[in-house]
Design a protein around this ligand. Structure first.
Ligand SMILES: C[S@@+](CC[C@H](N)C(=O)[O-])C[C@H]1O[C@@H](n2cnc3c(N)ncnc32)[C@H](O)[C@@H]1O
Length: 368
């Protein structure tokens, strides 16, 4: 079965389709929002495969490298997509959107999420901002074809869209490093949901309630969204950054896998905001591995070598910054705080910026 009904059944079987969204999901045909050719699908070559992917609970990547010509073999950064339907529904549940609400969406993408919102709330209640003109034009056409006409706007979603304020809800479908104050101004008495984080760990939703000029809320989930285009993390292949230079060598007694578990990685991401990591298995019969760290500006890198049954691990650090030392300091601070889980942290945003706190808004532990 390669129809919208297949997707509905899959979502129901997963327990991922809340009753209030059932009609929208069943009524809006995802195929109308997906181009004939996408990353890993080509309708002309394999129509059945194309339909299978479109009607499965999977993301469909519709643009790489901002739509620029990408030579064969070049790194492919995913820059626009139709998000995974169950993830969209998870976000919409966090948003707690109800009939009568006016919603601002940031990141129109294919328009599929805007169509769900329009179906449930009505076109006049939905505004969607997209930064990429070609993506926006295509999404607006997709929406029309499906019978929806929400307001679609070209712009940087960080600025929101003044002409339809106030909004009751803001939903952002790209990852933000900080919650723009403009959203608080334009949604002064409502809720904001956005993927949030820094280069080190970006897999959290921030769900914030806005009252009296302040947004406050908690972190949850493990979303993997594309970055806000204006504040991306570094990306690329290791071979583009590492050219066999020699760094300074040392050892550490911290097992490298421990620093990239979700809770310490979340905390480290508050302190070390512009560094990403990659775990690379040795690809031989051993269980050895290398944990790489890269600064977004590509000027510094570090490695920690993992081997089983070791008590000390070899470290190498290159460039103007000692990235392992920075990560290690954050990890030790997390230990000193009693190794708190992410669910104990909260986020506050107001005219002074954003603050991450532990247990109590007065116990600020980071201002990423
Ligand atoms: C995961 S896709 C959105 C999926 C979309 N909601 C859907 O239903 O198909 C993320 C989108 O956010 C857009 N984007 C990234 N940064 C943005 C920004 N600062 N303002 C507006 N849109 C942005 C990207 O161009 C991309 O199309």
């Amino acid at each position: 079965m390669t129809t919208q009904q297949r997707l509905v059944r899959t979502l129901l079987a997963k327990g991922a389709l809340p009753p209030e969204w059932h009609d929208a999901v069943a009524s809006v045909d995802r195929a109308l929002f997906i181009p004939e050719v996408f990353e890993g699908g080509d309708f002309a070559e394999d129509a059945e495969g194309w339909l299978r992917q479109v009607y499965s609970d999977q993301p469909v990547v519709t643009q790489v490298n901002d739509g620029k010509q990408t030579p064969d073999g070049a790194f492919r950064l995913f820059t626009s997509s139709s998000s995974m339907p169950s993830i969209m529904l998870e976000m919409l549940a966090l948003l707690d959107v109800n009939e009568g609400h006016s919603v601002l969406e940031v990141g129109t993408g294919t328009g599929y999420n805007a169509a769900w919102l329009s179906h449930r709330l009505g076109d006049t209640k939905v505004t969607s901002v997209e930064i990429d003109e070609k993506v926006l034009i295509r999404a607006t056409e997709n929406l029309k074809q499906a019978g929806y006409r929400p307001r679609t706007v070209l712009g940087n979603g960080r600025d929101g869209h003044r002409r339809r304020v106030p909004y009751d809800r803001v939903i952002c479908t790209c990852t933000m490093r900080e919650v723009p104050r403009m959203w608080l101004e334009q949604c002064p008495d409502g809720r904001i949901v956005t993927p949030w984080g820094s280069s080190f760990f970006s897999g959290s939703y921030a769900t914030l309630d806005v009252r009296g000029g302040e947004a406050r809320g908690a972190f949850s989930g493990y979303p993997a969204f594309m970055w806000d285009r204006t504040r991306r993390a570094g990306a690329g292949r290791i071979s583009e950054i590492y050219h066999e230079e020699k760094g300074s060598e040392s050892v550490t007694d911290i097992a490298p896998q421990n620093v990239i578990q979700d809770d310490p990685a979340f905390f480290t991401s508050l302190c070390v905001t512009d560094v990403s990591y990659r775990w690379c298995d040795a690809h031989d019969s051993s269980t050895e591995a290398t944990l790489w760290f890269f600064a977004d500006d590509r000027k510094s890198w570090a490695t920690v070598e993992y081997a089983p049954d070791r008590e000390m691990y070899e470290v190498e650090q290159y460039g103007p910054r000692a990235l392992w030392d920075e990560v290690r300091a954050a990890f030790l601070r997390w230990h000193d705080l009693g190794k708190p889980g992410r669910s104990r942290f909260g986020l506050s945003v107001d005219g002074d910026g954003q603050r991450v706190w532990l247990d109590d808004p007065h116990h600020v532990v980071g201002q990423p």
